[in-house]
Write a protein that binds this ligand. Structure first.
Ligand SMILES: [Zn+2]
Length: 251
């Protein structure tokens, strides 16, 4: 890893650590390198995240992100914008991701009135079904439950995807096994991730299934897992991911 991407990493990780070990990112490193446009785009998104804050960055629109980047003297180049569009609008089946599209436009706006901040988590949830499901789960588990990731608009998902790309040396198949491409995540339309307080990154491994939190929820039939083992979408098994909506046609 070169110095520039190492710095990008360090900054990205410190942003994440502000709320403890959260979100679907495991720091595996690769000897391969992601292309320069991936690294420069990620660097600019990190700048925007520091500017608007970890919480607001979850819901920032693409146009708002462009404005903020320019304001921070890091305007995106046409090439970088084109790259983001390619990732968003391109067919991910070419690299083995078969999940369905959840957001039709890169410039989609997440209305502030549709989301609610969940205290002390760093994350928003969609009002309606997502909040209802979270409230039920929270009541059952109590203080042992942590919301590790909620609403993720396309920009936030692009950021996570690029970050994973850097750690996977630009390998899109390996990247999309762990992180859906922007436009294809159900986090943009209601799904969320939960974990056990104090379990850190283990919340994003199969070890999460061994926790009392998981067992209580699963046995009680409170959760429906979107990405089961051997799912047809090319996505790893994610017992921590809570399915809320059937897709954008219902959102
Ligand atoms: Zn998830």
């Amino acid at each position: 890893m070169d110095r520039r991407s190492f710095l990008a990493y360090a900054t990205a990780l410190s942003g994440t650590l502000a709320f403890g070990a959260t979100e679907e990112f495991s720091g595996s490193t690769s000897v391969l390198k992601a292309s320069p446009v991936v690294v420069s785009l990620l660097d600019k998104l990190i700048t925007v995240q520091s500017r608007v804050g970890y919480v607001q960055f979850n819901a920032i629109s693409f146009d708002e992100m462009l404005k903020t980047a320019a304001y921070c003297n890091k305007p995106l180049t046409p090439y970088e914008i084109g790259y983001a569009e390619t990732i968003f609008y391109g067919d991910p089946r070419r690299y083995g991701f078969y999940g369905e599209r959840t957001v039709p436009n890169l410039t989609a706006i997440t209305s502030k009135s549709d989301i609610q901040y969940i205290d002390r988590t760093g994350h928003f949830l969609m009002k309606g079904a997502a909040i209802e499901k979270y409230t039920t789960i929270k009541k059952l588990i109590g203080n042992d439950l942590v919301l590790t990731s909620g609403v993720r608009a396309p920009v936030k998902q692009l950021y996570l995807f690029l970050k994973k790309m850097v750690s996977e040396g630009g390998d899109l198949r390996a990247t999309s096994t762990a992180i859906a491409p922007p436009g294809f995540t159900f986090h943009s339309v209601g799904d969320f991730d939960i974990g056990k307080v104090g379990y850190g990154q283990y919340n994003f491994t199969e070890r999460f299934q061994e926790t009392d939190v998981f067992k209580k929820l699963y046995d009680g039939g409170y959760i429906t897992i979107r990405y089961t083992t051997n799912n047809p979408y090319g996505v790893r098994y994610e017992p921590w991911h809570i399915k809320v909506t059937g897709g954008f046609e219902t959102a």
